[in-house]
Write a protein that binds this ligand. Structure first.
Ligand code: CA
Length: 221
């Protein structure tokens, strides 16, 4: 899952970075509203964490601009130092999906992110289950036929992307964007390597290569 953090407080941004990377999210970070508006026009994110007091374009203006584009329904969680009720109402009315008042607990942040992602994927169920594989976003645990399977954070993330829509091809571009964001994949974490590892752990039938396009998970026969 690729998350865009828009926050000019560097210490806070670093804290969020450590917390979310540990959970296997891909986190891209920008410090001002204008760069963020540009990134949101050009690239695809699964979720946005938005501070309101930002240089160059404030968070509320950015949110209004984003929602005025109509087709961009990316979930937005507002991180605000302002706990005035009026600000919260304005944020929600401008198109935010949820908010947290600083200082907040990182466990609460993680839980709210999971809930927003679940909703944006049209699920009420917290677990993803398909063809004997169960994936739990709250614990990042994967089971195959009720047996735990150990995964690296990158392997987990890739499987998660594929299991959101079983049977549907996910393109290589989309997977790369979700897994690496603006970072480099590094030699040990290329898509091919990760797919190879997942097949070894979960059976060779689960993930099907669609040549020249991408991958999809399939019901094993
Ligand atoms: Ca700020």
């Amino acid at each position: 899952m690729r998350v865009l953090l828009i926050e000019d407080d560097r210490a806070l941004a670093r804290g969020i970075h450590v917390a979310l990377r540990g959970e296997g999210y891909t986190l891209d970070w920008l410090e001002d509203g204008q760069s963020a508006a540009h990134a949101l026009r050009c690239e695809r994110f699964d979720l946005v964490l938005l501070d309101l007091g930002l240089p160059r374009l404030d968070g509320m203006a950015l949110l209004r601009e984003l929602r005025s584009q109509g087709e961009n329904a990316v979930p937005v969680l507002v991180l605000t130092a302002r706990d005035a009720m009026e600000d919260r109402i304005q944020g929600l009315d401008a198109g935010a999906d949820d908010y947290l008042v600083k200082p907040f607990d990182v466990d609460e942040l993680k839980a709210r992110i999971r809930a927003l992602l679940r909703r944006s994927q049209g699920r009420a169920q917290p677990l993803l289950e398909f063809s004997g594989i169960t994936l739990d976003p709250a614990t990042q645990q994967v089971h195959r036929n009720a047996q735990p399977v150990s995964m690296t954070p990158m392997e987990y993330q890739l499987l998660h992307q594929l299991m959101i829509r079983p049977g549907v091809v996910v393109t290589r571009e989309r997977l790369s964007s979700a897994l690496y964001g603006w970072q480099d994949s590094g030699p040990g974490n290329t898509l091919e390597v990760l797919i190879h590892n997942l097949r070894k752990k979960l059976g060779s039938e689960l993930i099907r290569t669609v040549r020249g396009v991408g991958y999809r998970v399939e019901q094993s026969r």
